[in-house]
Design a protein around this ligand. Sequence first.
Ligand code: CO
Length: 197
Amino acid sequence: MPETSLKIVIYPHPALQYASKPVVRINAKLKRIVARMFELMYEAKGIGLAANQVNLPLRLFVMNSAGKPGEGVERVFINPVLSQPSGMEEAEEGCLSLPELLADVRRPAKITMSAFDTEGNEIHERLSGLEARIVQHETDHLDGVLFIDRLSASGKIEVQEPLRDFMDEYMRHIREGTVASDEEIRARLAEWEQEYC
Ligand code: CO
């Protein structure tokens, strides 16, 4: 399957609940996939995009906190591991797999990121502010966790209705045959795992 056919999946697509397995192979095709993920992220006006969100079970995500090509810094984190959370901060988040839904999420203000880049170099950094928030949101994706899973009790009630709308829309796509069945999606994810994990 060519990387050009990748697209962002929308909640409640099952790939969003998939816990990704570590990547053990980085090849030219994986680099093309990463390049395509940046394109899709920019097209959708995002600042981060995890592999689950393009229906790939790979433990990696891309990020550019400036959100525009040619601005900011493009970063790729492969097999990210977060540690040493400190402080707590509440800020509004959105997600390209939950278009137009925004809600306040409490997260540690600072976090240490360990990962690899696409050249296999080790990354070890202390992050704060927007970047700390992005890497936590995206690493959550790789564990099958969405920002709506981290809302306060009142926040969860507030998003009930929009989430129902996303569900209805997804069910409509299933009825119309414009999305694959859960079995087909899981079979495809397993194939990718065999190739890269
Ligand atoms: Co997201």
